[in-house]
Design a protein around this ligand. Structure first.
Ligand code: MG
Ligand code: MG
Length: 255
């Protein structure tokens, strides 16, 4: 079921989204070669705590997960696509980091992700990240009243494929509101004009994931959470929570 939010509810989601944006910025600020991944999680945790926000990630345990998720951010480095667990591992010069963060504030959830490099960036990583951001922008631009879910999926997928990148099958965006994962699913590839029609008051997390090596294959690492590229190439992830409104797409997780 898809919940149509009131304008007041979307305003409340915007406040949750602002906390997510600040937490992502803090995690990014903390990132540098030599820094342990747990430090990025700590920086995000402080932002959530100061805002009085909860974490929809911490303790999250889907049926396939061997353990509850132990952090407030997913940190996916290099060949990790999504769902990486922050731990004692340290960032190295030139690493590509994807940070995914959620916040729950006054009963409403925001969800967003950003990718960046630390230290000296490889040109191919810079291009991969820029393409993920462009795919997200294309998806947001298609998130307008009267369009369908397939129009978003098509817009995202076309940017990725035209640049020669892979798209991990089985992963994508989602409806969002009082909980993190709601209907409808928002695939990262699809046919225009298909799927649910977009209405004022819907909120969607749009989240392209790109595989630099150009294949779509991935596997789950031994921790039961981290999704990695099968070809070992690097991956990038970008995400915003977006409201569909009569005035156009409203990005709820911008700063
Ligand atoms: Mg996310
Ligand atoms: Mg999401």
């Amino acid at each position: 079921m898809v919940e149509i939010k009131t304008n007041a509810s979307l305003d409340a989601m915007r406040e949750a989204g602002r906390v997510v944006a600040r937490a992502l910025a803090a995690a990014r600020e903390a990132a540098a070669p030599g820094v342990a991944l747990a430090e990025l999680d700590r920086a995000a945790r402080e932002v959530l705590a100061e805002a009085g926000a909860g974490s929809p990630f911490l303790g999250y345990r889907p049926e396939w997960a061997p353990v509850p998720f132990p952090a407030v951010v997913c940190l996916s480095v290099n060949d990790a696509i999504v769902h990486g667990i922050p731990g004692s591992a340290r960032l190295a010069d030139g690493d590509l980091v994807s940070v995914d963060c959620g916040a729950t504030l006054n009963g409403w959830v925001g969800d967003a992700a950003v990718s960046f490099t630390v230290g000296r960036a490889r040109p191919e990583d810079t291009r991969l990240i820029a393409t993920a951001e462009r795919a997200l922008e294309a998806g947001i631009a298609a998130a307008v009243v009267g369009n369908r879910i397939g129009d978003i999926a098509h817009a995202v997928g076309r940017v990725c494929r035209d640049a020669g990148y892979g798209i991990p099958d089985g992963f994508g965006g989602h409806g969002i509101g009082r909980t993190m994962h709601e209907d409808p699913g928002v695939p990262n590839e699809g046919r225009p004009g298909r799927g649910m029609r977009l209405r004022h008051g819907m909120a969607l997390a749009i989240e392209p994931m790109l595989i630099g090596g150009g294949t779509d294959d991935h596997y789950t690492a031994g921790d039961g959470w981290t999704i990695r590229t099968l070809d070992g190439s690097r991956a990038a992830h970008a995400e915003h929570t977006v409201a569909i409104t009569d005035a156009g797409p409203r990005v709820l997780t911008a700063l």
